[in-house]
Design a protein. Structure first.
Length: 177
């Protein structure tokens, strides 16, 4: 997860979901990138849950290094309670990663697609985060690659100049009614 550690983001929920997976015997790692007021809170939670070996805190990284980080991941989790334009999700999709995201503003629009490239889950639901993570863990490598390719295709479709032009025209038509 790449996001500032603020009250709007749910890094704590992702950490707790990881604990549920560990209790089921999964050997998984979580990379949390960013900084902010909730950073130390999350570090304390990781220590309390004894997940120091499973959770890596990178702190804030240079934006130019984000594509390199994304290429090292198997999936991207973005748990948030409130959202505007989820650039981190779009970058992860462009990097061909399967996506797990919460139903915060802006995210359901991205997931309105004929192809499956990720899992949209309710906000603040730790069990659903864990279930979604488990589902992606259990995909075959071929399926995970396919979901990633579909994510990239969705970005191309949703943000193509033609699509943006059509949405802009539709918006102006609706405003003039």
């Amino acid at each position: 997860m790449i996001a500032q550690f603020r009250k709007e983001k749910d890094q704590k929920g992702v950490i707790k979901a990881l604990k549920l997976l560990k209790e089921k015997g999964y050997k998984v790692r979580l990379i949390l990138t960013g900084n902010g007021p909730k950073f130390n809170e999350c570090r304390k939670l990781v220590k309390k849950l004894k997940l120091e070996k499973e959770v890596i805190f990178t702190g804030r990284i240079n934006p130019l290094e984000i594509p390199v980080l994304l290429k090292a991941l198997d999936a991207f989790v973005y748990a948030t309670f409130k959202e505007g334009m989820p650039m981190a999700v779009l970058e992860a999709m462009a990097s061909e990663l399967p996506i797990i995201a919460t139903e915060a503003e802006g995210l359901p629009d991205i997931f309105q697609s004929p192809y499956t490239f990720g899992i949209l889950i309710p906000k603040g639901n730790i069990e659903k985060i864990a279930e979604a993570m488990e589902k992606i863990i259990n995909l075959s490598e071929e399926e995970r690659i396919l979901w990633g390719k579909r994510a990239k295709e969705r970005i191309k479709d949703f943000f193509s100049s033609e699509h943006l032009k059509e949405r802009t025209i539709k918006l102006f038509q609706e405003l003039s009614i």
